[in-house]
Design a protein around this ligand. Structure first.
Ligand SMILES: NC(=O)c1ccc[n+]([C@@H]2O[C@H](COP(=O)([O-])OP(=O)(O)OC[C@H]3O[C@@H](n4cnc5c(N)ncnc54)[C@H](O)[C@@H]3O)[C@@H](O)[C@H]2O)c1
Length: 322
């Protein structure tokens, strides 16, 4: 069965997913919707079968895609997902799901009611290093998780404003929050401290925090802390370290280092998590078998809630229970 795919968003990540699906058998980029018809036309020119739209509902009603990818900034979510859920169209949505819970709680309920096939771009879940860490965790007790997203300021203007991105913890470190949940269990309490050191003086209009640490208490007693900064002149490390009774598991996007009592073993990732997440979603759309999808809307909503709670905690200076 040929799958006809629609895209909402004409930026870097819409293009990344288009390039991946263009390599897949029986998948066509059939429609692209931009903020303006002109931006969609510029994007659609790359794909011979793609029709350009400047309005999502018009794209859905005219093109009737089998599935849609939503690749828009955090502040632009809510109505797009609702339009898809109302029409029963499966969707893949890039993280983060939104900035505020209120914007998308109704989407979560609608998606659940429709039993709609959804997938969310938490690509770290598809890493070989994460699968290996899960396997090694089976023989150990995990006690502590420490995560890091230490980098510079992305060039995208919407990223620098809280009302555009939700800030670094919501927009980037969400990958690590999601991994903590995937590997260690549900978060029950969040306490966050954020600060603004230089970024608001370095970039016009920037109001996001540029340093922060978030400590989370998990069901079962694991404690996790994720720290992030976007004030560095270049990227430093990004990843999650698990401290277990058998040693330390250092999870990175390139691989895993397992530090045991007597030896250290390094594993390198051999697969592309972006290809795997796309293949899992499109397999589910084609067959109804969702077993390969490692992050769906309902699950990702819980990761999103943790990051939204961190923003509340930092603003109000108190722990937030989930
Ligand atoms: N999973 C990953 O590794 C990963 C990596 C990069 C980006 N992303 C996510 O993908 C999403 C899109 O990121 P991107 O890098 O493609 O961004 P981008 O700025 O390159 O593109 C965003 C696109 O969204 C559309 N859009 C719709 N409403 C908009 C609005 N109100 N304001 C601005 N643009 C609007 C536009 O078509 C624009 O081209 C973000 O949520 C980002 O977090 C995920």
């Amino acid at each position: 069965m040929e799958l006809r795919i629609g895209f909402v968003g004409t930026g870097k990540f819409a293009e990344k997913h288009q390039r991946i699906v263009s390599q897949m058998e029986g998948v066509t980029t059939a429609a692209i919707c931009g903020r303006t018809l002109e931006s969609a036309e510029r994007s659609a020119i790359q794909w011979p079968d793609a029709k350009a739209y400047g309005n999502t509902e018009q794209m859905l009603d005219e093109c009737k895609p089998d599935a849609v990818y939503i690749c828009v900034p955090p502040m632009a979510h809510g109505e797009i997902e609702m339009s898809l859920a109302e029409r029963g169209i499966p969707f893949f949505v890039e993280k983060p799901l939104a900035i505020k819970t209120e914007t998308i709680a109704a989407v979560r309920d609608k998606v659940a009611g429709q039993r709609l096939v959804t997938a969310v771009g938490y690509n770290w879940r598809y890493l070989d290093s994460v699968a290996k860490a899960r396997e090694l965790q089976q023989n150990a007790t995990t006690g502590l998780a420490l995560g890091y997203w230490m980098g510079g300021m992305p060039s995208t203007p919407w990223w620098r404003r809280r009302e555009g991105s939700g800030g670094q913890f919501v927009e980037q470190s969400t990958h690590l929050v999601d991994l903590v949940r995937y590997l260690c269990g549900e978060v029950e309490e969040v306490y966050a401290a954020f600060g603004r050191r230089i970024v608001h003086e370095s970039y016009e209009g920037a109001d996001v925090a540029d340093v922060g640490s978030v400590t989370m208490k998990l069901a079962g007693g694991i404690v996790a802390t994720i720290s992030n900064t976007c004030m560095l002149p270049r990227g430093h490390h990004t990843g999650l370290d698990l401290y277990t009774s058998s040693g330390v598991l250092e999870i990175r996007s390139a691989g895993l280092k397992a530090i045991g009592r007597d030896r250290t073993t390094e594993y390198r990732n051999g697969t592309d998590p972006y290809v795997l997440e796309n293949a899992a979603f499109l397999h589910a759309v084609r067959t109804g078998d969702t077993s390969r999808i490692r992050s769906d809307y309902a699950d990702a909503f819980r990761s999103f809630e943790v990051t939204a709670a961190a923003n509340i905690s930092a603003e109000e200076g108190r722990p937030v229970r989930l």
